[in-house]
Design a protein around this ligand. Structure first.
Ligand SMILES: [Zn+2]
Ligand SMILES: [Zn+2]
Length: 269
């Protein structure tokens, strides 16, 4: 029967004993390998270190005795003796069973304690992980919030930029419109002055963009002077009578030109 088998008391062995076993006076039992090795070395119990150098303190028994052995070993003994021998054998077996039970309880308690420690460790780990998870969730929430605020700010800045661009385009179109008007007026005036022969008045050529360095105010002033000058120039001098024949002789155009050139010269700013 497997449940009744004893176990080798050698700590590192603990083999189930089924055939040959060493039994000792100190109530320990060992397998054939461990007993042979240890008792050849010294007559001390490997389990409790008891000295076992007396006769029958170490016995090598066959746990599967033959029928003949069973018939003969206690034969001839009185019933009391037979009972006493059987009682001692039973006491040995009960002691071993009790030791085994104690060992299992000890192991069981040890495992329970270990399980409890592991449980505690994993509970702490889970708790720590949960707290880290909560912290990470909070960080994610904060990051989302910051991201939302950044997006909002970006949207506001983008709107402002678009508004500035609209204003810039509006100003640009106003500037272009004014510039076109300015160029057309200047072209007109320049054409008027250039039609006058040998005019020494230096009117800037607006059409060709010859306004570099001249401010708008200066340009306006120049155009004002040019207009008044042109009016005075186009009106003939007082007392002038046009006579084609005399004109042919006196070359009045050249005379007017000379007078004009001397009288006006180049206007100063
Ligand atoms: Zn053993
Ligand atoms: Zn012992």
């Amino acid at each position: 029967m497997e449940g009744d088998d004893l176990i080798c008391n050698f700590k590192k062995c603990r083999k189930r004993l089924t055939d040959i076993a060493y039994v000792t006076a100190c109530s320990h039992v060992f397998c054939d390998e461990d007993g042979t090795r240890e008792f050849n070395r010294a007559k001390n119990c490997p389990a409790c270190k008891t000295n076992l150098d007396k006769k029958f303190e170490i016995v090598r028994n066959n746990l599967q005795p033959s029928e003949q052995y069973k018939s003969m070993i206690l034969a001839g003994l009185k019933p009391d003796m037979i009972n006493e021998i059987a009682s001692r054998a039973l006491a040995f077996w009960m002691y071993q069973s009790h030791q085994e039970k104690t060992y299992h309880e000890f192991q069981s308690n040890k495992e329970r304690e270990r399980a409890s420690q592991l449980e505690q460790y994993y509970e702490q780990l889970v708790s720590r992980t949960n707290s880290e998870l909560t912290s990470l969730k909070s960080q994610i929430e904060n990051t989302k919030k910051e991201n939302g605020e950044t997006k909002k700010k970006y949207s506001e800045v983008s709107d402002k930029l678009m508004e500035k661009n609209r204003q810039h385009q509006k100003l640009q179109s106003m500037y272009d419109s004014l510039r076109r008007k300015y160029i057309s007026i200047s072209s007109f005036e320049t054409v008027g002055v250039q039609k006058t022969p040998n005019c020494a008045f230096n009117v800037p050529n607006m059409a060709s963009g010859d306004m570099r360095g001249a401010s708008h105010v200066q340009g306006t002033m120049q155009r004002g002077r040019a207009s008044s000058f042109l009016e005075s120039f186009i009106s003939p001098p007082q007392g002038f009578q046009f006579n084609p024949q005399q004109a042919m002789l006196d070359q009045p155009a050249n005379r007017v030109h000379d007078e004009f050139s001397v009288g006006l010269g180049t206007p100063r700013r």
